[in-house]
Design a protein around this ligand. Structure first.
Ligand code: ADP
Length: 402
């Protein structure tokens, strides 16, 4: 029984040695090989035959330099030591990895008789380890490169932000400085055209009339530029109040009456009965409808139809105002860009009008600042509908602000 257990152990040990490519040698105290075993063929690949009589340093030259540890094994001070991932070359010049395990080899008496030296082939694990190290190094490198790129990007961003601020400041100052002289030109034009005491020569009257119209256009552009910088900087102040949108739109339309007349458009407001009042800023809402209605007039050929329809939204607490025209419409490919600063649609030449492409962006921002949203449905050659939502005045706001 004892013998069979011993044989079983030997068998298991042999199987492990064969399976894992492990060769072993046993030396005497002078480090000369006494016995060799385990799997030897892979180690002997480079022509060196492992046999009794060889020195341990001939089997594993990597142990040169480890004399102290070997002495410690022999003196019993150290039970074992290991050298890991030692790389060697076979006779074909291929790299392989071994791990060298060294144990004190003891007699039954407990005296150290020599050294048990095991050489294990760990090439596949070694390669995986090397691949991992390489991948880790590459990752570190990539990380460093990314960090560098990020720093550059941050610097570029800061520069861009500074430039953007400079641009906004420049536009804002220029527009402010332009407004005062433009307003005084308009004042004098008005005075010259309407003073009964100094009637102008008809030729001059036409000229002054043109000056007046051009100045008004310049003033509108200047105001738009100022609005864009205000919106970008988040500096739009709103005074919310309870408003009857129908009245407000009628008033805006009254101002635009000359243009509507001139193009012989029909204009009407349709209103759902019992429509509640809206909660919004009067000046800014008048500006919103001023922009949408003047666009509808501009981009609709003569004798067109412009309608504003006011009704409840399916979204609770909101009113929809839809401004519809049967004008030139907007090509589908341009719809996503409408409202971006300075963008004008590709069919804008059909309307033979000038413009800056600033109005709709401002309009959308003002609607959103008041808690609503804007969307566009349009078919080229058929017409467009600009729909906006406004919050209903539920009375709570006025109650709170009292
Ligand atoms: P502008 O009218 O000064 O060009 P807007 O920002 O008001 O600038 O409008 C942007 C563009 O949207 C216009 O240039 C035009 O191409 C298009 N657009 C706006 N309103 C209409 C409309 N009612 N019908 C057709 N196109 C429109």
């Amino acid at each position: 029984m004892v013998e069979s257990v011993f044989m079983l152990h030997t068998l298991v040990a042999q199987l492990i040695l064969q399976e894992r490519n492990i060769a072993y040698v046993v030396t005497n105290r002078a480090l000369i090989l006494q016995q060799v075993g385990g799997k030897l063929d892979w180690l002997e690949d480079d022509g060196k035959k492992l046999a009794a009589g060889l020195s341990l340093f001939e089997v594993s030259p990597e142990l040169i330099g480890c004399e102290e540890e070997l002495q410690a094994l022999l003196s019993g001070a150290l039970p074992s030591f290991q050298l890991q991932w030692v790389n060697r070359e076979n006779r074909n010049g291929e790299l392989f990895y071994v791990t060298l395990n060294n144990y004190a080899y003891k007699a039954n008496t407990g005296d150290v008789k020599g050294i048990l030296h095991m050489v294990e082939d760990v090439t596949s694990a070694g390669e995986a380890n090397q691949r991992l190290t390489q991948q880790r190094n590459e990752m570190i490198l990539l990380h460093q490169q990314l960090k560098g790129a990020n720093l550059k990007l941050e610097a570029a961003n800061a520069e861009l932000r500074a430039l953007d601020e400079l641009k906004s400041k420049f536009v804002s100052i220029a527009a402010h400085e332009l407004r005062t002289p433009l307003a005084s030109i308009l004042g004098y034009v008005d005075f010259m055209l309407n003073d009964p005491l100094t009637a102008l020569h008809p030729d001059h009257q036409t000229g002054v009339d043109i000056i007046g119209k051009s100045t008004k256009r310049l003033l509108a552009i200047t105001n738009n530029l100022l609005d864009v910088t205000r919106i970008e900087a988040g500096r739009v102040e709103l005074t919310l109040e309870s408003l009857d949108l129908t009245n407000l739109i009628e008033e805006v339309a009254l101002h635009l009456h000359p243009e509507i007349e001139q193009k012989q458009h029909t204009f009407r407001i349709e209103k759902q009965p019992d429509l509640p009042r809206a909660l919004c800023d009067e000046t800014r809402t008048a500006q919103i409808f001023g922009n949408l209605l003047s666009n509808a007039i501009k981009y609709t050929p003569a004798q067109g139809q412009i309608t504003v329809n006011l009704h409840h939204s399916s979204q609770e607490g909101m009113i929809i105002a839809a401004v519809t025209d049967n004008g030139i419409g907007i090509p589908a490919k341009d719809l996503q860009n409408i409202g971006k600063n300075f963008f004008r649609a590709s069919n804008v030449h059909l309307s033979r009008t000038s413009g800056t492409g600033l109005g709709l962006g401002i309009t959308r921002s003002l609607v959103e600042l008041q808690g609503g949203r804007m969307w566009i449905d349009s078919t080229p050659g058929v017409g467009s509908t600009f729909s906006l939502t406004f919050p209903v005045d539920d009375g709570l706001f006025a109650h709170h602000s009292q």
